[in-house]
Design a protein around this ligand. Sequence first.
Ligand SMILES: Nc1ncnc2c1ncn2[C@@H]1O[C@H](COP(=O)(O)OP(=O)(O)O)[C@@H](O)[C@H]1O
Ligand SMILES: [Mg+2]
Length: 161
Amino acid sequence: MKKIAVYPGSFDPITYGHLDIIKRGLKVFDHVIVAVACNSQKNALFTFDERVDLIREVLKDESRVTVDTFTGLLIDYVAASEASVIIRGLRAISDFEYEYQISQMNSSIGKGVETLFMMTSLQYGYLSSSIVKEVCSLNGNIDGFVPPEVKKALRLKYRLD
Ligand SMILES: Nc1ncnc2c1ncn2[C@@H]1O[C@H](COP(=O)(O)OP(=O)(O)O)[C@@H](O)[C@H]1O
Ligand SMILES: [Mg+2]
Protein backbone atom coordinates (compact mmCIF):
# COMPACT_ATOMS: atom_id res chain seq x y z
CA MET A 1 0.00 0.00 0.00
CA LYS A 2 1.23 3.48 -0.86
CA LYS A 3 2.19 5.61 2.10
CA ILE A 4 0.58 9.02 1.63
CA ALA A 5 0.87 12.10 3.84
CA VAL A 6 -0.83 15.47 3.87
CA TYR A 7 1.32 18.56 4.42
CA PRO A 8 -1.11 21.37 5.26
CA GLY A 9 -0.45 25.08 5.60
CA SER A 10 -1.16 28.60 4.46
CA PHE A 11 1.86 28.77 2.11
CA ASP A 12 1.57 32.55 1.75
CA PRO A 13 3.88 32.09 -0.14
CA ILE A 14 5.77 28.79 -0.25
CA THR A 15 9.41 29.10 0.92
CA TYR A 16 12.56 26.95 0.86
CA GLY A 17 11.63 25.98 4.45
CA HIS A 18 8.38 24.40 3.23
CA LEU A 19 10.13 22.79 0.26
CA ASP A 20 12.72 21.27 2.57
CA ILE A 21 9.98 19.62 4.66
CA ILE A 22 8.28 18.32 1.48
CA LYS A 23 11.55 16.83 0.14
CA ARG A 24 12.32 15.21 3.46
CA GLY A 25 8.72 14.02 3.75
CA LEU A 26 9.21 12.21 0.44
CA LYS A 27 11.96 10.13 2.05
CA VAL A 28 9.39 8.75 4.47
CA PHE A 29 6.25 8.71 2.29
CA ASP A 30 5.60 7.58 -1.28
CA HIS A 31 3.42 10.59 -1.91
CA VAL A 32 2.85 13.98 -0.30
CA ILE A 33 -0.32 16.03 -0.77
CA VAL A 34 0.40 19.70 -0.15
CA ALA A 35 -2.93 21.02 1.13
CA VAL A 36 -3.48 24.76 1.06
CA ALA A 37 -5.81 25.93 3.78
CA CYS A 38 -8.52 28.39 2.89
CA ASN A 39 -8.46 30.13 6.22
CA SER A 40 -10.52 33.28 6.37
CA GLN A 41 -9.05 34.26 9.75
CA LYS A 42 -5.67 35.03 8.26
CA ASN A 43 -5.38 37.91 5.87
CA ALA A 44 -3.15 36.54 3.19
CA LEU A 45 -1.04 38.51 0.73
CA PHE A 46 -1.67 36.00 -2.05
CA THR A 47 -5.12 34.73 -2.98
CA PHE A 48 -5.93 31.08 -2.49
CA ASP A 49 -5.51 30.45 -6.25
CA GLU A 50 -2.23 32.35 -6.44
CA ARG A 51 -0.78 30.30 -3.58
CA VAL A 52 -1.86 27.04 -5.21
CA ASP A 53 -0.49 28.09 -8.62
CA LEU A 54 2.87 29.06 -7.13
CA ILE A 55 3.23 25.71 -5.34
CA ARG A 56 2.25 23.82 -8.53
CA GLU A 57 4.81 25.80 -10.54
CA VAL A 58 7.63 25.26 -8.06
CA LEU A 59 6.89 21.52 -7.70
CA LYS A 60 5.95 20.78 -11.33
CA ASP A 61 8.80 18.26 -11.77
CA GLU A 62 8.02 16.34 -8.60
CA SER A 63 5.68 13.54 -9.67
CA ARG A 64 5.21 12.32 -6.10
CA VAL A 65 3.64 15.58 -4.94
CA THR A 66 0.13 16.82 -5.62
CA VAL A 67 -1.33 20.15 -4.57
CA ASP A 68 -4.84 20.34 -3.19
CA THR A 69 -6.97 22.77 -1.20
CA PHE A 70 -9.29 22.40 1.74
CA THR A 71 -11.77 24.38 3.77
CA GLY A 72 -13.09 23.46 7.18
CA LEU A 73 -11.41 21.10 9.59
CA LEU A 74 -8.08 19.64 8.50
CA ILE A 75 -8.81 16.39 10.29
CA ASP A 76 -12.00 15.91 8.24
CA TYR A 77 -10.12 16.62 5.03
CA VAL A 78 -7.39 14.10 5.90
CA ALA A 79 -9.86 11.44 7.03
CA ALA A 80 -11.67 11.74 3.71
CA SER A 81 -8.43 11.58 1.70
CA GLU A 82 -6.24 8.56 0.94
CA ALA A 83 -3.78 9.73 3.59
CA SER A 84 -3.75 8.99 7.28
CA VAL A 85 -0.76 11.09 8.35
CA ILE A 86 -0.30 14.85 8.69
CA ILE A 87 3.20 16.29 8.38
CA ARG A 88 4.03 19.50 10.22
CA GLY A 89 7.31 21.34 10.47
CA LEU A 90 8.74 22.60 13.74
CA ARG A 91 11.10 25.54 13.99
CA ALA A 92 11.10 26.93 17.50
CA ILE A 93 9.57 26.28 20.90
CA SER A 94 6.92 28.79 19.88
CA ASP A 95 5.81 26.45 17.06
CA PHE A 96 5.72 23.57 19.52
CA GLU A 97 3.07 24.98 21.89
CA TYR A 98 0.56 25.60 19.15
CA GLU A 99 1.27 22.41 17.19
CA TYR A 100 1.06 20.30 20.33
CA GLN A 101 -2.37 21.72 21.11
CA ILE A 102 -3.65 21.11 17.58
CA SER A 103 -2.30 17.56 17.38
CA GLN A 104 -3.82 16.70 20.78
CA MET A 105 -7.13 18.10 19.64
CA ASN A 106 -6.93 16.14 16.39
CA SER A 107 -6.15 12.89 18.17
CA SER A 108 -9.03 13.41 20.59
CA ILE A 109 -11.38 13.97 17.66
CA GLY A 110 -10.07 10.59 16.54
CA LYS A 111 -10.45 9.37 12.96
CA GLY A 112 -7.13 7.51 13.20
CA VAL A 113 -5.02 10.32 11.82
CA GLU A 114 -1.45 10.63 13.11
CA THR A 115 0.67 13.79 13.07
CA LEU A 116 4.35 13.52 12.22
CA PHE A 117 6.60 16.43 13.16
CA MET A 118 9.79 17.16 11.28
CA MET A 119 12.41 19.45 12.75
CA THR A 120 13.45 22.29 10.50
CA SER A 121 16.82 22.05 8.80
CA LEU A 122 19.46 24.20 10.45
CA GLN A 123 19.57 26.80 7.67
CA TYR A 124 15.78 27.34 7.69
CA GLY A 125 15.13 27.62 11.40
CA TYR A 126 14.42 31.36 11.18
CA LEU A 127 12.58 31.23 7.88
CA SER A 128 8.86 31.98 7.65
CA SER A 129 6.56 33.33 4.93
CA SER A 130 5.98 36.40 7.12
CA ILE A 131 9.66 37.29 7.40
CA VAL A 132 10.14 36.80 3.65
CA LYS A 133 7.21 39.16 2.96
CA GLU A 134 8.61 41.74 5.33
CA VAL A 135 12.12 41.64 3.85
CA CYS A 136 10.78 41.73 0.29
CA SER A 137 8.40 44.60 0.99
CA LEU A 138 11.43 46.59 2.15
CA ASN A 139 13.22 45.70 -1.10
CA GLY A 140 15.60 43.26 0.61
CA ASN A 141 17.24 40.29 -1.09
CA ILE A 142 15.17 37.12 -0.69
CA ASP A 143 17.11 34.85 -3.07
CA GLY A 144 18.11 32.46 -0.30
CA PHE A 145 14.57 32.07 1.02
CA VAL A 146 12.22 31.43 -1.91
CA PRO A 147 12.46 29.98 -5.45
CA PRO A 148 12.79 32.51 -8.33
CA GLU A 149 9.11 32.13 -9.37
CA VAL A 150 8.00 33.08 -5.87
CA LYS A 151 10.42 35.99 -5.70
CA LYS A 152 9.00 37.30 -8.97
CA ALA A 153 5.42 37.03 -7.67
CA LEU A 154 6.34 38.76 -4.41
CA ARG A 155 8.10 41.65 -6.12
CA LEU A 156 5.10 42.07 -8.40
CA LYS A 157 2.77 42.25 -5.38
CA TYR A 158 4.92 44.92 -3.80
CA ARG A 159 5.29 46.74 -7.15
CA LEU A 160 9.05 46.60 -6.92
CA ASP A 161 9.98 45.92 -10.54
N1 LIG B 1 11.39 27.23 7.76
C1 LIG B 1 10.61 26.19 8.06
N2 LIG B 1 11.16 25.03 8.49
C2 LIG B 1 10.37 24.00 8.83
N3 LIG B 1 9.03 24.01 8.79
C3 LIG B 1 8.43 25.12 8.36
C4 LIG B 1 9.19 26.27 7.98
N4 LIG B 1 8.31 27.25 7.61
C5 LIG B 1 7.08 26.72 7.78
N5 LIG B 1 7.15 25.46 8.23
C6 LIG B 1 6.03 24.57 8.55
O1 LIG B 1 5.21 24.42 7.40
C7 LIG B 1 3.86 24.24 7.78
C8 LIG B 1 2.99 25.28 7.09
O2 LIG B 1 3.34 26.56 7.56
P1 LIG B 1 2.50 27.86 7.18
O3 LIG B 1 2.50 28.03 5.69
O4 LIG B 1 2.99 28.97 8.02
O5 LIG B 1 1.02 27.47 7.54
P2 LIG B 1 0.24 27.53 8.94
O6 LIG B 1 -0.71 28.66 8.73
O7 LIG B 1 -0.44 26.19 9.03
O8 LIG B 1 1.25 27.78 10.01
C9 LIG B 1 3.85 24.34 9.31
O9 LIG B 1 3.92 23.03 9.84
C10 LIG B 1 5.12 25.12 9.61
O10 LIG B 1 5.60 24.84 10.90
MG1 LIG C 1 2.72 29.40 10.19
